[in-house]
Write a protein that binds this ligand. Structure first.
Ligand code: CTP
Ligand code: MG
Length: 234
């Protein structure tokens, strides 16, 4: 059973404001992207990784990921990403289905979720392998959430108990993910959102706080603290 992980890493990191693409921002000397890919490979469940890199940084990404050890028969592949995240995922998916034989399960994992524990990867792959065509890791919502109108006036207060915060890796049957991306709907902020629109059920597994997405300087500081808290594991 071939598990291929697609890693969208082609964003500019504007909210982080580090002056370089976020995927290449180092934490304790190791770029976020390298940490994210290492977490996928450390799960022991992923054979091939396809990274969608910033188009101007394909060579740099090849260089920084070259030392990563892949399982026998596996490899890290780098393609140029697109202008939106969904374009980057689609480009990586197209490459995987064309170039990597036996791609049956596909994970999509943000480079920005660099500290995702391998156990989350494991849980997602297990659930897809058990027959669920779409699986996402989630956490409960800690804050009360309001729905507001265009001028900021509250319309509704959804029941917090029924809400979840969504993380990656999201796991899919490869054919289902392809169908979802071919339908090319606008406005979905994650891959599961595209799959939902096909009417395919999406199931959840427990995520982990460490799988937080690094978006802002505050998040980067939290990530650095996480590393110190874990004894600075490389
Ligand atoms: N991504 C991508 N291709 C794009 C845009 C985003 O592959 N055209 C990736 C990012 O590299 C990141 C993930 O999608 O790993 C989630 O996106 P986000 O956190 O928004 O990252 P950036 O787009 O880099 O950040 P910003 O929106 O602040 O510029
Ligand atoms: Mg973005």
């Amino acid at each position: 059973m071939g598990v291929v992980a697609l890693v969208p890493a082609a964003g500019r990191g504007e909210r982080l404001g580090y002056g370089m693409p976020k995927a290449l921002v180092p934490v304790d000397g190791v770029p976020l992207l390298v940490r994210a890919v290492r977490g996928l490979l450390d799960s022991g469940r992923v054979r091939h990784v396809v990274i969608a890199a910033p188009p101007s940084e394909v060579d740099v990404v090849n260089t920084v990921t070259a030392p990563l050890a892949t399982p026998a028969g596996g490899a890290v592949h780098v393609v140029a990403g697109g202008s939106e995240r969904s374009d980057s995922v689609r480009l990586a998916l197209t490459y995987a289905l064309r170039e990597i034989p036996d791609t049956s399960i596909v994970l999509v994992h943000d480079a920005a979720r660099a500290f995702t524990p391998p156990a989350v990867v494991d849980a997602v792959v297990d659930a897809v392998a058990a027959g669920h065509p779409a699986v996402i890791p989630v956490l409960p919502v800690a804050d009360t959430v309001k729905q507001v109108d265009a001028s900021g006036v509250v319309i509704a207060t959804p029941d917090r108990a029924a809400l979840r915060v969504v993380q990656t890796p999201q796991g899919f049957d490869a054919a289902v993910l392809l169908r979802a991306h071919e339908a090319a709907h606008e406005g979905a902020t994650d891959d599961a959102g595209l799959v939902e629109r096909l009417g395919v059920p999406v199931v959840t597994v427990p995520g982990h706080p460490d799988a937080m997405k690094i978006t802002t300087k505050f998040d980067l500081a939290v990530a650095e603290a996480l590393l110190v808290g874990s004894g600075g594991a490389p």
